[in-house]
Structure formats: structure tokens, C-alpha cells
Design a protein around this ligand. Structure first.
Ligand SMILES: [Zn+2]
Length: 343
């Protein structure tokens, strides 16, 4: 039996349409089973297409101009910083085609950048599996070095901002890695929530979440290895997809196959997003590297506004000021559209 609540309720807004007809428009309010936060699905906007998504956008202006990119070789050797000796005697970590080095503008005590390879611009949905697998393994190796050096830096994250509309400052594809002694808000919340859930039930929160979603089936998408993929019940962004690795709480000690399977699912999601003519997205995986952590690994992927001229931002006054994400697609419809990319 699941102790998680999947609550949806519909409300109606009455109005007189421009043609003079009395109509009622439906808004579905969903409560997030893990955070308790509400989100809204504006059903009446479902048929409306977002401006700038009728075709896949043109590449950004810098896509063909790598002359000044600090991440392209050979400039990456001279224009990016090096890790201090306690973390790596070589100054950079490499794995396959991936190179990892510190973030020149750090966001935390251990803040690094991991390049996939020397390709300066990669359109969403066209990346190759070995580039993602190697880059994730490079991140894993770095986080292992961090924890050996500083056992208190247990709050870890791997993130991606693909294109400037998702927060990316350089279009050359890369992941960001962060580790700190001080938790971010989501680390703090996940630690408390997964710990309390384990105390109450003796079970792991995300494992129960996956079991619920597999039994329900309406948002479940598929598997890649042991990773289970589904759309978020109460999305905090457009076309939000989760991959959960049940029973695993550490980013550090996993065999390489886990990262290949993760990359498989991430690339499936990217191809799905491309099919929707979206070119920007964010990805994130968090971990709390303590033996007592009950926070299992979960990767979250969210489509962002297209990086194209005059496309509106996806966070409006409603999201920023009221705190409820409003999306225009039912997660069950998103799952139906995404499933073919996992077959
Ligand atoms: Zn480049």
C-alpha cells in the first residue's frame, strides 16, 4: 500500500465568450505527492500551440562560430581553470571524450563543468550515447574525489542547462557538477521528506512512487536498465519527465552500466522534446552522500522556452508570484506521446 497521495481536483471558471456564449473553462489543480505543492493544468489552453514551436528552431547564431569558444579544443587547455592538487594532480579529469574542470564562476565549494566532447553545438535530440555516458561517468569520478577530499561535502548535484533559454551561458554542451557542505533547498527538503517517510513506513519514498506509477500505468513511460521513466504527476515545468533508480541513493559508487542506462533514457527524452519542436531543456540529479540517506536517485527533465527570437518565457507572474506552475498538457497525454521514444 502506498502512503503517497495523488490528488487532482477540477475547478471551473465561468465567462462569457467573445461570441456572447456562456462557457465554463476547466482548470485542474494537482497536489505534488512528494512536496505537497500545487500546480495547475489550464485545460482550455491544451489546443493552443506555443508561439515558436511550429517548426524546430534554427540553430543559435554562435552555432557555426567556434572561434572564440573556450570549451573547444585546443583553447580548452589554456582558457579553462584547473582543479587544485587535492582533487586532481593533473588539473582536469578525462573519461573518453569528456573533459572536466572547475567552474571559473563557482556556485558552491566544489563547482565543476564536464564537457561531453569537442562538438561545439549539438542540437537537442541528436547527441550520441557514448558522449553522455562518458560525461556522466566523469562527473561520478569527480564527485568521488570530492568526497574523499572533503567528507562533509555530501550535498551533490549534476545539472544541465541546454541553450540560453534554459540558463546556459555557453552553447558548447556541458554538465555542471556541484558539491557542498551546505544543502540547497531541494536537498534539505528531500533529506527530511525521504527520512520521515522511511521512519513512518520502513520503505523508500521514490521506490513507492515508482510502484504506484507502474500500477497506475497512465504516466509510466518505460525502462532503460534499472531506471524507471514516467511523467511527473504534478509538473513543475513543461513536459516534465522523471527517471528513478529505485534503491540507489549514491551518485558515486555505481557501475558504468547505470550511467549508460541513464544516458539512454535522457537521450530518449531529448528526442521526444525535439519531436515537439523544443530546443531547450534542463536536467538535474541530486544526491545526499551520507550512509543514512534515503533519497534515491531521480533525474528530472523539463522543457524550457525555445531559444528563438521573441518566444515568451515559461515562468510568468503566476509561477513567480503565486508559486504554482501552470502547464497546458496533461501528464497522461505527455506519457502517451513519449512512450514511442522508449520502444
Ligand atoms: Zn565550443
Amino acid at each position: 500500500m502506498s502512503h503517497l497521495s495523488f490528488i487532482k481536483e477540477s475547478i471551473n471558471a465561468k465567462l462569457i465568450s467573445p461570441s456572447g456564449e456562456a462557457v465554463e473553462k476547466i482548470i485542474e489543480i494537482r497536489t505534488h505527492p512528494i512536496t505537497g505543492r500545487t500546480c495547475r493544468i489550464a485545460i482550455s489552453r491544451m489546443g493552443q500551440s506555443e508561439p515558436g514551436t511550429d517548426a524546430f528552431p534554427e540553430p543559435p547564431p554562435d552555432a557555426r562560430n567556434a572561434a572564440h569558444c573556450p570549451f573547444c579544443r585546443p583553447r580548452v587547455e589554456s582558457e579553462t581553470p584547473r582543479l587544485f592538487h587535492g582533487l586532481s594532480p593533473d588539473g582536469r579529469l578525462t573519461y573518453g571524450d569528456s573533459i572536466l574542470f572547475p567552474n571559473l564562476f563557482p556556485y558552491g565549494r566544489y563547482s565543476a563543468v564536464s564537457l561531453f566532447d569537442n562538438a561545439h553545438f549539438v542540437e537537442l535530440g541528436t547527441a550520441l550515447l557514448p558522449s553522455y555516458t562518458g560525461c556522466f561517468i566523469n562527473c561520478r569520478n569527480y564527485l568521488g574525489q570530492v568526497l574523499t577530499h572533503d567528507p562533509r561535502a555530501v550535498y551533490m548535484a549534476i545539472t544541465q542547462n541546454h541553450l540560453p533559454s534554459a540558463g546556459g551561458s555557453l552553447i558548447h554542451p556541458h554538465l555542471q557538477i556541484n558539491a557542498d557542505r551546505i544543502p540547497a533547498n531541494h536537498h534539505r527538503f528531500l533529506k527530511e521528506r525521504t527520512g520521515a517517510y522511511f521512519q513512518q513506513t520502513g520503505r523508500h519514498l521514490f521506490s513507492d512512487y515508482v510502484n504506484h506509477e507502474k500500477n497506475d500505468g497512465s504516466r509510466y513511460i518505460g525502462k532503460t536498465g534499472n531506471w524507471e521513466w514516467m511523467t511527473a504527476f504534478a509538473p513543475e515545468g513543461f513536459y516534465e519527465i522523471w527517471g528513478i533508480l529505485p534503491g540507489v541513493t549514491s551518485l558515486r559508487t555505481r557501475e558504468d552500466q547505470v550511467w549508460k542506462d541513464l544516458s539512454d533514457g535522457v537521450l530518449n527524452a531529448q528526442k521526444f522534446y525535439r519531436s515537439l519542436c523544443r530546443n531547450g531543456y534542463n536536467l538535474g540529479i541530486l544526491s545526499i552522500e551520507t550512509p543514512s540517506s534515503h533519497a534515491e536517485l531521480r533525474v528530472v527533465l523539463i522543457v524550457r522556452s525555445n531559444y528563438a527570437a521573441w518566444v515568451r518565457n515559461d515562468h510568468t507572474g503566476f509561477e513567480l508570484m503565486l508559486g504554482d506552475m501552470t502547464t497546458f498538457t496533461l501528464p497522461e497525454d505527455t506519457a502517451a506521446l513519449a512512450r514511442p521514444f522508449w520502444e
